[in-house]
Design a binder for this molecule. Structure first.
Ligand code: 6GU
Length: 246
């Protein structure tokens, strides 16, 4: 998969050299290219923003640098990318969207600062390409760079061969399957006793059926407590008699 990011803060994307994403790059599974938007400015001060038409607070990112940057990035590759525009006004970034984006050969991210990018840029590319305005949650950040880090990590770990153990995203919170709609429950490792705290006995029993049932109960309890909206939204057929007794 190829990923391009156009930003006025290239150094903000340096975490993409680290850990899972960094390793995927080193292995050649991910081709990540970070571009400085100011490269496509032509004035002495490399201006990327201006005051909003109609008045109001803050600044808006000018369309010309974005147009030149996106034209150059698009011309540098084969075929058409999906363009992901991080914005608190976008559609929610969900595991489902991460899975969909992980099937695309090429993603271009356009994180903005200030009050966002001149609307005409989104229209211009939206008329020709698949452009997604995406939010990572119901809070406001100063810019789209941190959301790009979030989205790239969520997508990259789904790519074939990137995660060491493909089974480890089978039971992810939000993954499809029998545990869909439930958050993950608690996990334990050695030592069996730590500061007088022990391991739930069932996990030491070797009884796979009982362990699976216990894990589901724990997941269900945690979901009721932390995310009751997930239970409300789920298909009632997803829950059995035992769940309902909790
Ligand atoms: Cl994608 N951008 C900004 N600036 N704030 C956000 C966001 C994105 N998602 C949630 N808050």
């Amino acid at each position: 998969m190829r990923l391009d990011v156009v930003t006025i803060f290239p150094e903000y994307l340096e975490p993409l050299n680290v850990s899972l994403v960094g390793k995927a790059r080193a292995r050649g599974q991910l081709d990540v290219r970070i571009h400085d938007l100011r490269r496509w400015t032509h004035d002495k001060h490399h201006t990327v923003d201006d005051t909003p038409y109609g008045g109001g607070p803050g600044m808006v990112m000018k369309p010309e640098p974005w147009g030149e940057a996106l034209d150059a990035v698009l011309a540098s590759g084969e075929g058409e990318p999906v363009i992901v525009v991080p914005t608190p006004s976008g559609v929610p970034f969900t595991q489902q969207l991460a899975v969909e984006l992980s099937t695309k050969p090429w993603l271009v991210f356009t994180p903005a600062r200030y009050e966002g990018i001149d609307r005409r840029v989104i229209e211009e590319y939206g008329d020709r390409l698949d452009v997604r305005e995406v939010s990572i949650g119901d809070y406001v950040l100063a810019g789209g760079e941190a959301p790009v880090l979030v989205m790239v990590e969520a997508v990259a770990r789904l790519l074939p061969g990137v995660l060491g153990n493909a089974a480890s995203h089978q039971d992810d919170s939000f993954a499809p399957g029998p545990m869909a709609d439930l958050l993950e429950g608690p996990v334990y490792t050695k030592p069996p006793e730590w500061r007088d705290r022990t391991i739930p006995e069932v996990l030491l029993s070797g009884h796979h059926g009982k362990i699976a049932r216990w894990r589901r109960d724990q997941a269900f309890r945690r979901t009721v407590r932390n995310r009751p909206d997930l239970i409300e939204r789920a298909d009632p057929a997803a829950f059995d008699k035992h769940d309902r007794a909790i």
